[in-house]
Write a protein that binds this ligand. Structure first.
Ligand code: ME8
Length: 670
């Protein structure tokens, strides 16, 4: 029976359009799915959207629509993008679907029955921005970070999952099965969270219901509470399979960004242990190995794509959108994302780097080698791939594909590449493959086929050598086309057919690939595989695109300077950095926006006349400068406690003054 391979992506929040991060995670899952299909495995690939919770409720409220409307509006963006990119997912789950909600209700009830979920009164601190209860220690840590986490004292009824009871089994899971989290240094982070410095008794029970919001799945029998969004979201991986595909359980690889590793490596296995546990298996005893095959194989945590050194975010306006990558084709974007990111680590993105990579590896590297090789086979052998009696050394032996990879020196190149791919290290495998391609280029230079072709009529040795070179080039390109099929499905097929090979590159079994394959017939014409990008022209065009049809700014009518003031007068104005946490239009006004602004030490209501230049959702999370000691003033019945600083053009349109990204709410501006 073929091995099963179930791969998942996180389900994405519907409060934003897809960006490079979502694209990366989903492409990585698609590459894994295609790769494992080419190993003969039976694959199930799941993605979807996370539609409940406070974030969605808030964004919808700021836009004046219902959360369901917001979800219905955003989901097609994801679906259309994945379709345009030709992704091969088997299912797309939405947490608002009935099939999902049913499972949440059933599982919630099951765990209520086993005592793993219980109702209690929580009294303590709550972090509003993290949507989580926090201990005194955590509260101190949050405050020390100075990121403006708003903490409130709370006393409320909540349902809890008894996470603390699973600490013992979780630690044993990490110790005995370190493959549960990859890469290894990410597992260490998880260990540090669960048992810092090896200390036990650190995990707190987890509140898994909310009464503060309504947008969620009501707790069965107690609809005042809705199920906490992470209990809801994580179970999608289970609910999506349903009865029909349950044989795929458990997930083989679950791809997540490092930001959500804790949820997947701590809460998720604990929920599953609770669901699959037998009563006779004591939680303070050894972890029952029986459970291991019921838990996810590997949680694969990748790093972030950064802009410069900072995280991409809406408020910084530095998000790379997938459309910007797709202008050079699906395959180019896929190749770049896989080639340039070392799994687990962060990587900073630049458009220059993106284009340079494509030019170097696709236009020059692979494209050039394929064009040269096929044209030589045509020119010197009438298009028929020669089959020399003594094959030339294969890259595994004859050339040294392992330069720079001393640890791989013993393995053959092909085995090493497949090993890297199996270990989800696509950057490493591709690096090695390109080393082989570069070596082929060097072989051409060294062998000088044009000279051999002139000599071969008189010298049979020259003819044989030319045969061997041409055959080796053809075999190498064939192997490359097959290996690249999971990563660049279109381009590899173009190369495959161009080499005169029948059928689909993606139908090949990668575990049966070798360097010797009898050429089936004459080579074809792959055409140019990848056209060289004119980097300068593209950069200029991108800049122009960034401001489509923007009218030239009007010549500034510079107003005269005001009367001088002395420093003391100026210094009486207390300017502070603030962060906009909520924003909504003031009814019946197209100009006024009411905001909740975090000043580091308190939350303020500020009403600003910026509604013609900004939509409320553009303001969320934005850092602003607030005149913090301005006397309160009523605007359309709402008391405003401060004013945002903004520059202004001739037409009076405001441009909010933005503190640098590393400033914190509460900082004084002077
Ligand atoms: O967290 N670089 O959804 P989300 C790389 N709904 N990957 C990035 C990235 C970046 N700059 N930014 C985001 C959620 N990602 C929850 C998940 S799962 C049960 C619930 C990717 O829309 C990365 O995979 O915020 C990250 O984990 C995911 O997008 C977060 O997507």
């Amino acid at each position: 029976m073929p091995q099963r391979f179930y791969v998942t992506t996180p389900i994405y929040y519907v409060n934003d359009k897809p960006h490079i991060g979502h694209t990366y995670t989903t492409v990585l899952a698609d590459v894994l799915a295609r790769f494992h299909r080419m190993l003969g495995e039976e694959v199930y690939f799941l993605t979807g959207t996370d539609e409940h919770g406070q974030k969605i409720e808030k964004t919808a409220a700021a836009r004046g629509i219902t959360p369901q409307q917001l979800a219905d509006e955003v989901v097609p963006n994801f679906e259309a993008l994945w379709k345009r990119m030709g992704l091969t997912h088997d299912d797309f789950i939405r947490t608002t679907q009935e099939r999902h909600k049913t499972v949440i209700r059933e599982r919630f009830q099951q765990l209520l029955g086993t005592g793993d979920i219980f109702k209690a009164t929580y009294k303590g601190l709550y972090s509003v921005s993290d949507e989580a209860y926090v201990t005194e220690t955590q509260a101190k840590e949050l405050q020390a970070q100075g990121l403006g986490h708003q903490l409130v004292e709370l006393e409320e009824e909540s349902y809890f999952f008894r996470l603390s009871a699973y600490e013992n089994w979780l630690i044993q899971l990490y110790d005995r099965h370190p493959e549960f989290v990859r890469p290894e240094f990410r597992l260490n982070e998880v260990r540090q969270f669960v048992a810092p410095e090896g200390q036990r008794g650190n995990l707190q029970d987890l509140s898994i219901s909310r009464t503060s919001i309504t947008w969620g799945i009501p707790v069965p029998g107690d609809p005042k509470h809705v199920v906490y969004v992470w209990f809801d979201a994580l179970l999608n991986y289970l609910s999506a399979l349903g009865e029909e595909h349950k044989e795929f359980w458990p997930p083989t690889v679950q791809i997540v960004g490092k930001d959500i590793l804790r949820f997947h490596a701590v809460y998720w296995p604990a929920f599953l242990m609770a669901m699959f546990r037998r009563e006779d298996e004591p939680l303070d005893g050894p972890f029952p190995e029986r459970l291991r095959p019921l838990l996810p194989g590997t949680i694969l945590a990748h790093g972030w794509w950064l802009m410069g050194e900072s995280k991409m975010s809406k408020s910084l306006g530095n998000i790379v959108r997938p459309e910007q990558l797709l202008r050079f084709g699906n395959d180019a974007a896929r190749f770049f994302l896989l080639r340039d990111m070392q799994i687990g680590h962060d990587r900073s993105f630049s458009f220059e780097g993106f284009m340079e990579r494509l030019n170097a590896d696709l236009a020059n590297g692979l494209g050039n080698l394929a064009a040269r090789s096929i044209s030589m086979i045509k020119k010197y052998r009438g298009g028929n791939v020669p089959t020399p009696p003594v094959p030339m050394d294969r890259p595994s032996i004859g050339i040294n594909p392992v330069a720079g990879h001393p640890s791989r020196a013993r393995g053959s190149a092909l085995v090493a590449i497949l090993q890297d791919f199996r270990a989800n290290q696509f950057d490493g495998g591709l690096d090695l493959l390109w080393e082989i391609l570069r070596d082929m280029d060097r072989q051409i230079v060294k062998t000088q086929p044009w000279k051999l072709a002139k000599e071969e009529a008189q010298n049979p040795e020259a003819a044989a050598e030319l045969d061997r070179l041409l055959e080796q080039l053809w075999q190498t390109l064939r192997v490359a086309a097959a290996l690249l099929a999971p990563i660049m499905p279109e381009l590899s097929q173009q190369l495959w057919s161009g080499l005169g090979l029948p059928g689909q590159a993606s139908d090949q079994r990668l575990d049966e690939l070798d360097w010797d394959f009898p050429p089936p017939g004459p080579v074809g014409d792959p055409g140019p595989l990848f056209a060289r990008i004119d980097k300068e022209a593209e950069m200029a065009e991108m800049e122009a695109d960034a401001a489509p049809g923007a009218p030239a700014p009007p010549d500034l009518d510079v107003p005269p300077l005001r009367e001088p003031v002395d420093y003391d007068t100026f210094a009486r104005t207390d300017l502070r950095v603030g962060k906009v946490l909520e924003a909504e239009r003031v009814p019946k006004s197209d100009k006024l926006i009411k905001m909740k602004v975090d000043l580091g030490f308190e939350l303020r209501t500020v009403v600003g006349g910026i509604g013609k230049a900004y939509a409320p959702e553009d303001l969320l999370g934005r850092l602003v400068v607030v005149v913090a000691n301005l006397a309160p003033r009523k605007l359309m019945g709402i008391e405003s406690h401060g004013m945002l600083l903004a520059a202004s053009d001739n037409a009076g349109l405001p441009y909010l003054v933005a503190p640098p990204a590393d400033a914190r709410p509460g900082f004084i501006v002077k």
